[in-house]
Design a protein. Structure first.
Lengths: 153, 85
């Protein structure tokens, strides 16, 4: 094995398990939700930080919120939380100074992720035309099959 | 039309307007899987917000589960629970 094949985070064991989540969202549909439901849509699903960032760029609000919506849904898929009954603001996409984004988990979602042995949640988002997508990779600290939400409740 | 029928009619109307179903919401069986009928996760969010407006209720976070919005029957059960509380 060449050294470049090693995971970037050397603190993780090479055998650490992982799961992927992916979601694709139509930006114009998100724009419709914003126009129709207004603040009840925005404030229900996005944190203040996410909304502040989305409103920074003129005409970019729907596109940025669509990418974040996709990222949250991808986290839910990767962590298998669709039946957990969680608040979407407990999954936050935070913009970093270097332009990258990171996922920050709060509250009950963070507790569930810790209980599953999640070591890292990585995200990659993209948009083109009328679509925004996000890929999330969850890395577990142990190679064993991680527990699912059902077994934690 | 009794109250239960009215509620179901309203649910079907919300699904018609916001569910992005690939079938007529009025033709759906009460127990039919809405996700299998074309509803996306984003559409389910719109359905939830529209139901809140139509029934003057608010779905708490712990009810934001896939199985709550999986059928007309499950939506009606959730609304009954919210309106009883």
């Amino acid at each position: 094995m060449y050294s470049q094949d090693l995971p970037s985070d050397r603190s993780l064991p090479l055998s650490a398990g992982g799961r992927l989540g992916y979601d694709l969202v139509q930006i114009s549909r998100i724009e419709e939700s914003i126009n129709h439901f207004g603040d009840s849509f925005k404030q229900r699903f996005f944190t203040i930080g996410e909304l502040n960032y989305a409103h920074l760029g003129e005409g970019l609000c729907a596109q940025r919120l669509a990418a974040r919506f996709a990222a949250k849904e991808a986290v839910i898929k990767a962590l298998k939380l669709s039946e957990a009954g969680i608040g979407w603001r407990e999954i936050e996409v935070r913009k970093l100074h270097d332009g990258d984004c990171e996922i920050v988990l709060h509250g009950r979602v963070a507790q569930l992720a810790r209980a599953m042995g999640v070591a890292q949640v990585l995200v990659s988002m993209s948009h083109d035309g009328d679509y925004a997508g996000a890929m999330v990779s969850v890395v577990f600290a142990q190679a064993d099959t991680p527990p699912e939400f059902d077994s934690l409740s | 039309m009794d109250t239960a029928d009215q509620a179901e009619t309203q649910i079907r109307a919300v699904l018609r307007d916001y569910g992005r179903l690939n079938v007529d919401s009025n033709a759906l069986d009460k127990g039919a899987d809405l996700y299998q009928s074309g509803m996306t996760s984003h559409a389910s969010v719109n359905v939830m917000l529209a139901l809140e407006g139509a029934f003057d209720v608010e779905f708490p976070d712990h009810m934001l589960k896939r199985n709550v919005f999986t059928s007309i029957q499950s939506i009606r059960s959730a609304l009954n629970e919210l309106m009883a509380g």
